[in-house]
Design a protein around this ligand. Structure first.
Ligand code: NAD
Ligand code: 44H
Length: 432
């Protein structure tokens, strides 16, 4: 017999809400909520969805409690997680703002996806984006509620300013370089356009923490619901599956306190840039390369693609280019560990998921390495392969993604050569 999952699975008492999260997806639950539960020092989270309410409804029906399935190469480990105390649809913007303004709340984390930031390719607020422009008008004229993620954050922070609550730490957890500083600049620019009093107050009202986040978390499959029921004897309508590995590097101030995330292995560093570049260029860069090239070669998951020698060689070549621009942070070991993580046959990480919003991702994961390679006088052939595969898989144009690289004759030649190679069968294939 199975019993429904609820708070009794985690001891019965909910911790007080001291953290708020925007973008209640799989990754928040496998990562920040997991670190917060492991810290064990009584921080509860009120989590809001970004776009669709479904995740909030499912989770709220279970008192916010869900099962984390840690999926190793050989077996699964199921654990109930109880740090999310309230799960709320994101379109309840008034509720979100009231939580952000709550003086007991000290931390605001976010996973709104890279594209959800609605930034220009240069990483600045995009005032030409119609939804951003509509939010700015509403905020300025106080005529409605914002719909974009950053618009909602501005609305919440402005409520906090007006209520005179103590400063809050804003902790972006998307795969964006310098995510804390990027979000600080974006919010400041947007506030200057619509809420000048907030723009002036922001430096005292909020700190911005940059983070490098890592835990491969694919979308949950239907079969995982049965698996959890069999393994735990409880029916969970919304478990989350992740690899056993997890990493979190943070840099910045927490003026009103934070959970003791270091108890769960989080690291605090004054200089996050090298860690972040290592993760974005090696892990995420390879993911985006595989999402394009692996799809072209008929693969559906990361594990399938990385087992293909053609894709694997492309990944190694990309890494050879990237590591020339990274300090020695145990790069050989890191590469070896990544190959093992990618090869985990039980993690069904679909290339189609990684390929979503591919152009935004490639701008951050591949283009920076290509530029550094070109500055060093090399052709950046492996980056060119990644971009050519993306173009072939999606119909995207290099000129739109990275006009500077498109205008560089050496890179352009490498890109054209790569495009041609992608259509040519390998020696093995031509002998079949
Ligand atoms: N899944 C991973 O392995 C992983 C690992 C590291 C970092 N991340 C970061 O977390 C983000 C979310 O990943 P996930 O696995 O939770 O995805 P998910 O699809 O499970 O959840 C995405 C969340 O973002 C919200 N969202 C999506 N588009 C949005 C938009 N345009 N504006 C506002 N909110 C929006 C969704 O409503 C949802 O709440 C990724 O984009 C990435 O930046 C994910
Ligand atoms: O989550 P996204 O969409 O930014 O990117 C897809 C993957 O590259 C990413 O989720 C990785 O699995 C993750 O960053 C590992 O920590």
């Amino acid at each position: 017999m199975t019993t429904p999952l609820d708070r009794t699975a985690v001891g019965g008492t909910a911790p007080d809400v001291r953290m708020v999260h925007l973008g209640l997806g799989a990754f928040h639950r496998s990562h920040q909520a997991w670190y917060t539960a492991k810290a064990g020092d009584g921080w509860g989270i009120a989590a809001y969805t970004g776009r669709r309410p479904d995740a909030a409804h499912l989770l709220a029906a279970q008192d916010g409690v869900y099962t984390l399935v840690e999926r190793g190469a050989a077996s699964d480990r199921c654990e109930p997680i109880g740090s999310i105390v309230r799960a709320v649809p994101g379109d309840d913007v008034e509720d979100f703002a009231a939580t952000v303004a709550d003086p007991a709340v000290a931390v605001l984390t976010m996973t709104i996806t890279e594209a959800g930031h609605r930034l220009t390719p240069q990483g600045e607020p995009d005032f030409d984006d119609p939804e951003t422009a509509a939010d700015l008008r509403m905020l300025r004229d106080a005529t409605g509620l914002p719909r974009t993620a950053l618009g909602r954050v501005l609305y919440g922070l402005d409520r906090r300013r007006r209520d005179g609550a103590p400063p809050i730490a804003v902790v972006p957890c998307d795969n964006l370089p310098g995510n804390g500083e990027t979000v600080r600049r974006a919010l400041t620019g947007l506030a200057e356009a619509a809420l000048p009093a907030l723009a002036a107050a922001l430096p005292d009202l909020a700190s911005f923490v940059s983070t490098s986040v890592d835990r491969i978390t694919p979308r949950t499959a239907k079969a995982d619901l049965d698996l959890v029921r069999r393994a735990t004897g409880r029916s969970d309508r919304t478990p989350v599956v992740a690899e056993p590995f997890s990493d979190w590097v943070l840099s910045g101030e927490f003026p009103s306190g934070r959970p003791a995330w270091e108890r769960a292995g989080a690291r605090f560093s004054a200089d996050i840039a090298p860690w972040e570049a290592r993760k974005l260029w090696l892990l995420n860069g390879a993911h985006s390369l595989l999402a394009a090239s692996g799809t072209l070669r008929g693969h559906a998951t990361v594990a399938e693609a990385v087992a293909d020698p053609v894709c694997r060689n492309q990944v190694e070549a990309l890494w050879d280019e990237a590591v020339r621009h990274l300090p020695d942070l145990g790069l050989q070991e890191y590469r070896g560990a990544l190959l093992e993580r990618f090869a985990n046959p039980r993690i069904e990480h679909r290339l189609a998921q990684i390929a979503e919003d591919a152009d935004t991702k490639l701008r951050m994961r591949i283009a920076p390495v290509a530029r550094l390679e070109r500055e060093a006088g090399r052709s950046a052939a492996a980056c060119a392969t990644a971009l050519a595969a993306w173009s072939r898989a999606t119909g995207g144009w290099l000129d739109d993604l990275a006009p500077d690289l498109a205008a560089d004759p050496v890179f352009r030649t490498a890109y054209a050569d790569a495009a041609e190679t992608l259509t040519r069968p390998t020696t093995q294939e031509s002998h079949r």
